[in-house]
Design a protein around this ligand. Structure first.
Ligand SMILES: Cc1cc2nc3c(=O)[nH]c(=O)nc-3n(C[C@H](O)[C@H](O)[C@H](O)COP(=O)(O)OP(=O)(O)OC[C@H]3O[C@@H](n4cnc5c(N)ncnc54)[C@H](O)[C@@H]3O)c2cc1C
Length: 478
């Protein structure tokens, strides 16, 4: 019998797993996909927001500001990448300047540290590509940027080091309450007994809740956001995150420098019924270019290497819904976690555990908060690279030429603590295929390495989720 089953291994489920691993609980994380972080956590702007725009007093506001501060702790304990960029919110005329003043009041009320209003020229000296028409900006020095799925891997790896169990490809299909505990059923017909269930299932939260509750207090309203990804050779074009003034639709189209040097431009905000359709559209791409032109000049769209979209788990409740079920004690909703859910995730985990679960046992003495630093070969000096190649000649085999990713890093991605055997899984861990050619050159080699290392035929290697093979059948007789 488990003490806790967490449904979902996105940024929220993995942070909760880590928080619970501080206690002597028996905890299991179930994830329906073949990898951690395959939904919202893999397709977002990667911003650790300061907390300037959520409504005062909302859980979004409180947990965003707390989460932003907690990322500094995660940086030290889990060695996650964190770019301390800061951000500017732009105003272009008197009316917008008034809105900017109101936003500054909201930021102060939310507890955002050190925000200031600067005039346009001062801000342009710091950010020379910022739009000439911006008259004032709200400067938010605590805004940061991370690598979201790496944070989820780090949290879950650390939770597992501290005793949490993880099962992927385990889709929860039913939850029932029998006598004094829950029985969680999965697609493998497993029936797993647990005293408590935490649903951190993103856009699927309402479906999970309906498995148990008669009156689910929210409905998920999926909202797509589309992006351009600019190649990392644009590094230096922009130091800070640039935001427009927020509207009822959200934070708007942004420019976001990324930890590996790329720039994201987006997202749009369009409601859709489908929870998994992540295509991009001509209208969305046009909208981004139009909106981004108000933020910056000469945006290097000619360096676009990819477009993508993510689906936000908006909800009819409007705020994060983090509550114990009114119908079943021991079932916890962590739902409606759209933006700023990435930022808030570590604070959501603490809030859930400290304020709602309130463990009646002491923390473990041997809890180890540290996760080893992951070092990319391309970031090392020439001397250090030579030393590595001497130690292991496979460092000399550069598989992904664009991002300079070595065979050793591919092997670590396959065999690491949360190893994976899909092309996208390797891309998420080692960054092979993240560069200019988007895998056109290295995908074939990565495919062969996965097949060799996992003893699988080439046509059984999946691109992303289940049943997504790249190769269908042989076209030539050997
Ligand atoms: C376009 C976009 C931009 C965003 N930008 C930002 C930003 O810059 N900053 C920020 O703070 N936030 C941002 N967000 C919000 C942030 O990405 C999310 O709030 C956060 O990723 C939510 O994490 P999660 O773990 O709740 O959900 P998810 O990452 O969606 O994870 C839920 C998991 O549950 C699993 N699951 C679902 N059903 C089942 C089942 N039946 N059985 C087993 N597993 C199941 C899913 O497979 C999934 O892995 C953005 C979101 C989007 C879409």
């Amino acid at each position: 019998m488990y003490d806790f089953i967490i449904i979902g291994a996105g940024i929220v489920g993995t942070n909760i797993a880590r928080e619970l691993s501080k206690y002597p609980f028996k905890t299991l994380v179930l994830e329906k996909e073949n990898d951690v972080a395959n939904h919202q956590t893999v397709a977002n702007s990667a911003i650790i927001h300061s907390g300037h725009d959520p409504i005062e007093g909302s859980l979004k506001a409180i947990l965003c500001v707390k989460g932003n501060a907690l990322y500094e702790e995660l940086e030290h304990e889990l060695n996650i990448p964190l770019l301390k960029t800061g951000a500017f919110v732009l105003a272009h005329d008197e009316e917008e300047e008034k809105m900017l003043e109101e936003l500054k009041i909201r930021a102060d009320h939310n507890g955002v540290p050190s925000s200031t209003i600067l005039d346009g020229d001062t801000a342009r000296k710091l950010e020379p590509h910022m739009s000439d028409s911006a008259t004032k900006v709200l400067s938010l020095p605590t805004t940061k940027v991370t690598y979201p799925w790496e944070v989820a891997f780090a949290c879950l790896e650390n939770a597992m080091k501290n005793g949490v169990e993880f099962q992927k490809n385990q889709e929860v299909t039913n939850i029932s309450w029998i006598n004094d505990h829950f029985v969680v059923e999965t697609n493998f017909k497993d029936k797993i007994e647990t005293k408590n269930v935490i649903s951190a299932s993103g856009i699927f939260s309402d479906q999970i809740a309906h498995m148990l509750e008669k009156n689910v207090p929210y409905t998920i309203k999926p909202r797509r956001g589309e992006y351009y990804v600019l190649d990392r050779r644009v590094k230096g074009y922009l130091e800070r995150v640039l935001y427009p003034l927020p509207t009822s639709k959200g934070k708007g189209v942004l420019l976001v420098p990324q930890v590996h040097g790329n720039i994201l431009v987006g997202p749009t905000s369009v409601e859709q019924l489908n929870k998994t359709r992540t295509n991009t559209t001509l209208d969305g791409m046009k909208q981004i270019k139009e909106d981004a032109a108000r933020l910056a000049k000469n945006i290097p769209f000619d360096k676009t290497i990819r477009t993508f979209s993510g689906i936000r788990a908006g909800s009819t409740y409007k705020d994060f819904y983090i509550q114990e079920s009114k119908e079943y004690k021991g079932f916890f909703h962590v739902a409606g976690i759209d933006s700023p859910g990435l930022t808030a995730a570590p604070a959501i985990a603490r809030y859930l555990v400290d304020e709602l679960i309130k463990p009646n046992v002491s923390k473990k003495d041997d809890y180890d908060p540290i996760r080893e630093k992951k070092i990319f070969f391309y970031t090392l000096s020439e001397e250090e690279q030579k030393k590595k190649i001497k130690e292991n000649p496979l460092y000399g085999n550069i598989v992904c030429k664009c991002e300079k990713i070595t065979e050793v890093e591919i092997l670590e991605a396959i065999h690491g603590p949360l190893g994976n055997d899909t092309i996208k899984g390797i891309k998420k861990r080692a960054r092979a295929g993240s560069g200019l050619c988007q895998g056109g050159y290295c995908e074939n080699t990565v495919l062969k390495i996965i097949a060799r290392e996992t003893n699988q035929p080439l046509d059984k290697i999946n691109y992303y989720g289940k049943d997504t093979p790249i190769l269908w059948k042989e076209t030539k007789v050997k």
